[in-house]
Structures are given as C-alpha cells and as structure tokens.
Design a protein. Structure first.
Length: 80
C-alpha cells in the first residue's frame, strides 16, 4: 500500500471537507500539479437569522434570555 493510499479517506471518516481535500490533493500529486490549486481564495458565506424576540440583545450580551419564537409543528417538519 502506497503512502497516498494510506491517507485516502476511509468509509468511517464520513464525507466532509477534509475527505474531499485529501482526494483532491492525491489527484493533484498524481497529475504532477501544484498543491496550491487547493487554495482558491473564495470567501465563505455566513447566513444568520434571529431565533427569538431578544436575539440581538442576547448576542450583544445585553440579555440572558433569547425569547425563542414559537414554531409550529408543521413548520418544524418542513425545515428539518
């Protein structure tokens, strides 16, 4: 077994970002391409939304209570 085969993702590792990076890195090595191609300089996006009546105050440390919104069972089943 070669070094690159030992470092290839295993089934128990799951399918996260690290596994894709390992596979792409091994492919770049086989193709004699620089590993710098892994780093694309694309910024990641972050989406946020208030979860309660006092969400902003809670994040700023002005409140110890979020005051979560009541979500109906029907909506919960749609989003989960």
């Amino acid at each position: 077994m070669s070094i690159s085969e030992r470092h290839m993702p295993q089934e128990q590792w799951g399918s996260g970002v690290r596994n894709r990076r390992v596979v792409i890195s091994a492919a770049l090595d086989k193709l004699n391409l620089p590993r710098e191609l892994l780093y694309h300089n694309i910024k990641r996006e972050l989406f946020a939304m208030p979860l309660g009546h006092s969400s902003f105050e809670f994040v700023r440390g002005e409140s110890k209570i979020v005051g979560y919104y009541m979500i109906s069972v029907r909506i919960k089943s749609l989003i989960s």
